[in-house]
Structure formats: structure tokens, C-alpha cells
Design a protein around this ligand. Sequence first.
Ligand code: B12
Length: 221
Amino acid sequence: MLIKEIQEALQMGDAETVKNKTEEALKENYTAEQILEKGLIPTITKIGKEFRAGDIFIPDVLMSSRAMHACLYVLKPLLSDHSQGESEAKGTIIIGTVAGDLHDIGKNIIAMCLSGDSYNVIDLGIDVPATDFVDAIRKYKPDIVAISALLTTTIEEMRDVITSIVNEGLRKKVKIIVGGGPVTPDFAESVGADAYGEDVFDTIERVNVLLGQKPGMVIKH
Ligand code: B12
């Protein structure tokens, strides 16, 4: 019932209700993972379809996106945060959305869940130029570089990022995983990535395989 209320408020772009209902659901012992998987992701996917069909418009999407962030804000502290120390982390991951692309809902969910799966995640944000990915590899020495893009006009930026990593002699030091709406496994291969992640669960699995780690979402209660 609460999940349905969260979904309805998300659809209406009512951030305050989404936040309150998320808090209520947690008190009712729903897990952060359940709220994400059963409440948020199906609704935002539905909103995407409606946007594509021309049934709703950018302001509606923006309102829902703000409401989604209100929910993620409540859930974040409940997922284990490994950004403060590497001692118990399974590895370090830098993640960002490519230059020219402002979409970050999927990236944020991926970042949060990887953090919940005991990775130290450094989020470079949106509209990240290739040079910033390269600088971040030098600075943070990550095991994995995760690249997001949601537009057919920006997925080619992934190629630029990977080419820059190669040109700077850093390619052998990192594994690269890419994802986002228009990205396909074939595209991922063509740009020289090591893996493609379709959704959050697929991504966690692939990251664990890339680094030879065991899965295990760690949710704090
Ligand atoms: C929300 C949204 C917006 C919001 C973004 C808000 C935000 N803070 O992110 C706003 C309104 C700003 C926006 C703007 C635009 N958008 Co928009 N947007 C969407 C929408 C409706 C939903 C995207 C979303 O968040 N989905 C939910 C999340 C959970 O899914 P996801 O992002 O796909 O992420 C999942 C996977 O892809 C994967 N994943 C994602 N990233 C990564 C990274 C890695 C490393 C891995 C492994 C996996 C992974 O895991 C995630 C979790 O399951 C989509 C429609 C759709 N169906 O996707 C259009 C869509 C992406 N937008 C589109 C367009 C055209 C635009 C605009 C150009 C519109 C305009 N005319 O101005 C601008 C571009 C702005 C820019 N420069 O980036 C088009 C793209 C078409 C195309 N093929 O290129 C879409 C597909 C809508 C459409 N059909 O027309 N948009």
C-alpha cells in the first residue's frame, strides 16, 4: 500500500509526499532495496515511457525527477556508505555521466547500490569531460570506471573517454563498465569497454565478476 502511495506521489512529482511516505515505509520495515526495486524504478520507467509517447512533458518529468531525488536522499544513509574509508571496501569505483549529458537518476541509483554492495564509490557527477575521468583515475586509482549516457547524441562521448584513458596509458589499470538507455552490449564492446550493465542488479553482478568479488548487498537496518 505504502509502495503504491510512493509511486503515485512520484508520478505526481510531489517530492514532500514521496519523502514522507518513504520514511513511513521504512518505519513499516520495508527495506531500502524494496523501495527502490518495487517503488521507484518501475515508476520512473513508466514515466519515461509516457514522456516518449508525448503523454507528459519535460516539466512533469523534472518534477518527478526531483521527487525521486527526495526519496533517494532518504534511502542513501540506509545503504552502507563505504566512501569514508577503503579498509573494508571491495574496491574503488569512479562513476560519471559523459559530457553534454545531464541525466543522473540511473547513475545515482547505480552509485548508491554499488556503495551498498561495499564498494567505495566516487561520483564525478554529470556532464563530465573525458579529461576529468582521466584526472580522477590518476587521483583516486579506481579499480573500475563506470560511465553513464542516456542520449544517442552523447553515447559517442564514451568512446572519447575510453580513447583518452588509452592514450594516457591508463587502460590496463582499470576495468570499464558502461550503461544507460541507448547503450547496448554491442555498443559497449565497440567502444572498448569491459562490460555493459543493463540495470542496477545486472551492474552489481558484473562489477563483482570483473573484480572477482562475491555479491552481497549490505543494507543497514
Ligand atoms: C528524467 C529524464 C530527463 C530529465 C533528467 C533529470 C535527471 N536529473 O536525470 C530531464 C528533464 C532534465 C531530461 C532532459 C532531456 N532529455 Co531526457 N529523459 C528522462 C527520462 C524520462 C527518464 C530517464 C531516467 O531517469 N530513467 C530512469 C533510470 C532509473 O533509468 P536509466 O537512466 O536508464 O538508468 C538505468 C540503466 O540505464 C542503467 N544505467 C544508467 N546509467 C548507468 C551507468 C552504468 C555505468 C551502468 C553499468 C548502468 C547504467 O542502470 C540504471 C538503473 O536501472 C528518459 C526516458 C527513458 N525512458 O529513459 C528521457 C530521455 C533519456 N531523454 C531524452 C531527451 C531527448 C532529453 C532532452 C534532449 C530533451 C530536450 N529536448 O531538451 C534533454 C537533454 C538534456 C541533456 N543535455 O542531458 C530522450 C533521449 C532520446 C535519445 N535516444 O537520445 C529520452 C529517452 C526520452 C525520449 N524518448 O525522448 N530528461
